[in-house]
Structure formats: C-alpha cells, structure tokens
Design a protein around this ligand. Structure first.
Ligand SMILES: C[S@@+](CC[C@H](N)C(=O)[O-])C[C@H]1O[C@@H](n2cnc3c(N)ncnc32)[C@H](O)[C@@H]1O
Length: 246
C-alpha cells in the first residue's frame, strides 16, 4: 500500500463523516476488494484506488463510467479501477463473483434504484463473510428542513407528509429507521448510524457568504463532532451506516 493521508482528510467536506467511518477499514494497510454500486464518476472509487484498493464500480451510466476511467487514468490508478455498466438491482448479472468483496459502497443510490431492498440484498450477497457495506442515503428530516429554511414551505410540507412535491416520481428519502430496516432486512448487522453533512448543508441554505467565510478545516472538525450525536445527526442532509455480513 502506498503511504497516504487518512481517507477522512480527503475532500469533499460534505462526505467527511463517511470517510471518517471508512478510515479504520480502508487505512488499515491491507488492500481490499471494493465494490462501489452506483459509484458514478469515482468520487469514492478513485481515492480508494489511490490508497491501494482494487475497486469495481457498477453503474448504469456510460457517461459516468467514461468520466471514471478518465479520472482514474489521470490519478495513475487506472489499473485498479474497473468500471462495469450495470444495475444495482441486478448485480449478480454483472458481478457474478458472490462473496468476493471485502467492502461494498452504496452511496446516494438507494434514492433512485427500482427497489432498495433488492439492491441491498444483492450487495449483501457480494460480500465475503465479515465484509462491510457502507450505505449512505438522503435524510428525510434534513430535506424537509432544508426546503423550509430555503423558503419553500409547500415543498417542505409535501415532503414531510409524503414522497415530496413530485409525488411518486420524487427521489426517495429515508428516516434512520428506514435505513436500519433495509440493512438488517438484507441480512447485515448494522453499526450505529451517523449524520452526513450536518453543517455543510446548513451553510448552503443560509447562503454563499456564510459558506465562503467558514474555515473549511473548522467545518470538517464540526461535521465529525456532530455526526454521531442526536439531535444534530437527526437533521443532517444524509444518513450513513456501516453494516457487516455475518
Ligand atoms: C448521486 S450519484 C452518486 C454517485 C456516488 N455513489 C457518490 O456518492 O458520489 C447516483 C449514481 O447512481 C447511479 N445509478 C442510477 N440508477 C442506478 C441503478 N439502478 N443501479 C446502480 N446505480 C444507479 C447513477 O448513474 C449515478 O452515478
């Protein structure tokens, strides 16, 4: 493994809590086989490959996979990043190696797949015994408050009472209980959930000046301090949990 900064020190700040949770796994010194479902253009995959891990990204978007290949090549890790065009609900069709992965990421994807339970079941099946799934989703409470504070009370109320202003076509949002039910329903053992982007999302809502004035290192420290603590984590932009396959 090449020497590297801890993953939690890598950008973006919005994902600081996720990187911090992953650090003990991905910074432990051994090369992992990582599956990144809906990994898109490689926001996580490329830094993980730079840490020495072998990363397979499954994503239906040919454009995202082309960007992924470009970014991985530029970062000098093209040989450790494998893009596969496919669907999270049908992982077994494109990643037949059941039980072949030490770590599977599923970040900001359960919002858009046809069936989150099926996708998590496929992810659980892809993990080796003792392997870990890292699951991040949009937080319903955070989304309601962001709309309210952003001056969109009607949208906030629609999201509080139901799927959102777009009705059934709205992007899915989750409560902590939804997330834990999905993860345990897939046969995984969940750790404690954390809030992602408690502070960065608030800064976005209050305006560009506040975001520009805030010291990024201080924002990161605050994110990490608040991520595991209620009531702050309850209103974060996203929710994150690590879960292991028994
Ligand atoms: C918001 S992006 C998240 C990208 C990345 N996981 C991250 O955290 O930066 C959502 C990604 O999910 C992908 N996606 C959409 N439908 C999917 C599906 N059915 N299975 C897997 N990925 C899907 C999209 O192409 C996109 O790359």
């Amino acid at each position: 493994m090449p020497p590297s900064a801890p993953a939690s020190e890598q950008l973006p700040t919005r994902a600081a809590a996720v990187w911090a949770a992953l650090d003990p796994l991905v910074g432990a010194g051994s090369a992992l086989r990582v599956l990144d479902v809906g990994g898109g253009s490689g926001v996580f995959a490329v830094p993980l490959a730079r840490l020495g891990h072998e990363v397979t990204v499954v994503d239906p978007s040919a454009d995202a996979l082309a960007t992924l290949a470009r970014r991985a090549g530029t970062a000098g890790v093209g040989e450790r990043v494998h893009g596969v065009q496919g669907d999270g609900d049908l992982l077994h069709e494109v990643v037949p190696d059941a039980g072949g992965f030490d770590l599977a990421l599923c970040h900001s994807v359960l919002e858009v797949v046809d069936d989150p339970a099926t996708t998590l079941g496929e992810i659980a099946r892809s993990l080796t015994a003792g392997g870990t799934a890292s699951v991040a989703v949009a937080n319903r409470a955070g989304a309601v408050l962001a709309r309210a504070v952003g001056g969109h009370p009607t949208d906030a109320l629609a999201l509080f009472e139901g799927p959102g202003p777009g009705g059934a076509r709205s992007r899915r949002r989750f409560t902590p209980a939804d997330l834990l039910d999905l993860v345990t329903g897939a046969g995984l053992t969940a750790g404690s959930w954390r809030g992602i982007s408690v502070v960065a999302d608030l800064l976005d809502v209050v305006g560009a000046d506040a975001a520009a004035d805030a010291d990024p290192a201080a924002v990161r420290r605050l994110e990490l301090a608040l991520a595991g603590t209620s009531p702050y984590r309850d209103v974060a932009g996203g929710l994150h949990v690590l879960a292991t396959r028994p």
